[in-house]
Design a protein around this ligand. Structure first.
Ligand code: SF4
Length: 371
């Protein structure tokens, strides 16, 4: 019988949570070290909904996938979901071990879940050991070998086991094989879950949700850690890593959101950046101080767009790069960088006071905007 890690390597499965790391390598290390498994069903990114969809519609396959990759005679498996969510309720109702995660943006980050599972806080660990081998956290506490896999990754493992690597490779591209879930939402006629694959056009993805409305101006790809592009680019771009890279992004965790054209996009971006700043876990200076400073710089530039302000913002963004213990500041900076580039015409409209949409109601949260 083929070893599951070998099968996954042949299939070319990569993590569906956004990092796109080889699942076979992770599983091999997990099995060799007898690691406990955490299935991440938190839908932590803004606009994400696929983990909830899998738990709602394919729970038995999720359980099957987890059993295939868990190690040892008495495998330790837990399912992480946000406290009080429908996903958590379904997991608990099925009698599965539930890891209840607080509702914070960074609480479902990989090492946050490992910390929480070992009795710590749901905050990213500042010591970035590959915990699949076990180790110690920054306080010297022992952390037993643990591997975290996204719910869609685990679901795909069960599919590959049943249907084969060849079936999996019949979707997507040679470099990025396999089906992928994408939530298409925001300003569309029929928001919903789409089963897609790398290499489709963004336009086809949007057609699934009723098409890109004629009045749409901007489309977010990948949530807060992703990018915002113009509707014109969305009509012509291919959804794969090489094409998304040219726009500063990646495939990410499978989220496409059409921004509401009735709202000023500079303000929409401001709201997201401020939300990201408020979600820092307050452990690293560049994140704790740098993100609020970025949000303040963005608000200043929106009020008074000058080339000096723009340069200042660019400098701020460069100071955030790879400076946090986790990828949170990098994700917010990447989003702000793309918004600065894409929204150049809107900043110009702010400069000549011709933007008609400024000061739209702010009652909606960043999550509500992207639901
Ligand atoms: S970068 Fe920010 S969110 Fe990540 S560990 Fe540091 S303070 Fe926490």
């Amino acid at each position: 019988m083929t070893d599951i890690a070998e099968l996954l390597e042949t299939a070319g499965l990569t993590g569906r949570g956004g990092a796109a790391f080889s699942t076979a390598i992770k599983i091999k290390a997990a099995k060799e070290n007898g690691a406990e498994l955490i299935v991440n069903a938190c839908d932590g990114e803004i606009g994400a909904a696929k983990d909830a969809w899998i738990v709602e519609h394919h729970l038995h396959e999720l359980i099957e996938g987890a059993a295939l990759v868990a190690s040892g005679k008495r495998p330790r498996i837990s399912y992480a979901a946000h406290r009080g969510s429908r996903t958590a309720e379904l997991i608990a109702r099925a009698g599965l071990p539930l890891l209840e995660v607080p509702h914070r943006y960074v609480s479902s980050e990989e090492t946050s879940l490992i910390s929480l599972a070992h009795g710590g806080l749901a905050k990213p660990m500042t010591k970035r050991a590959p915990f699949v081998f076990g180790g110690r956290d920054s306080q010297g506490r022992r952390v037993s070998p643990t591997v975290v896999l996204n719910a869609e990754t685990v679901w795909r493992i069960s599919q590959i086991n049943r249907l084969g690597a060849e079936w999996f490779r019949s979707f997507g591209t040679t470099a990025e094989p396999g089906p992928r879930l994408v939530w298409v939402g925001g300003h569309v006629a029929r928001p919903g879950m789409c089963e897609a694959a790398a290499g489709v056009s963004l336009s086809d993805l949007l057609d699934f949700a009723g098409g890109l409305p004629a009045d749409a101006r901007h489309v977010g790809v990948g949530g807060l850690g992703g990018v915002v592009i113009t509707a014109a680019d969305a009509r012509t771009t291919i959804w794969d890593t090489p094409s998304m890279k040219q726009l500063g992004g990646a495939l990410g965790p499978g989220i496409v959101t059409v921004w509401n054209p009735a709202e000023c996009p500079v303000e929409t971006a401001a709201r997201l950046i401020s939300y990201g700043a408020g979600e820092s876990a307050g452990q690293c200076g560049p994140c704790m101080f740098g993100l609020p400073a970025l949000a303040a710089d963005w608000a200043d530039l929106a009020r008074n767009p000058t080339s000096k302000g723009r340069q200042h913002l660019k400098l701020r963004l460069s100071q955030l790069e790879r400076r946090g213990a986790c990828a949170h500041p990098d994700g917010v900076a990447r989003f702000a960088q793309s918004a600065l580039r894409t929204l150049a015409p809107e900043f110009a409209a702010h400069a000549n006071h011709s933007c008609q949409k400024v000061r739209t109601p702010k009652a909606r949260t960043a999550h509500a905007q992207f639901a």
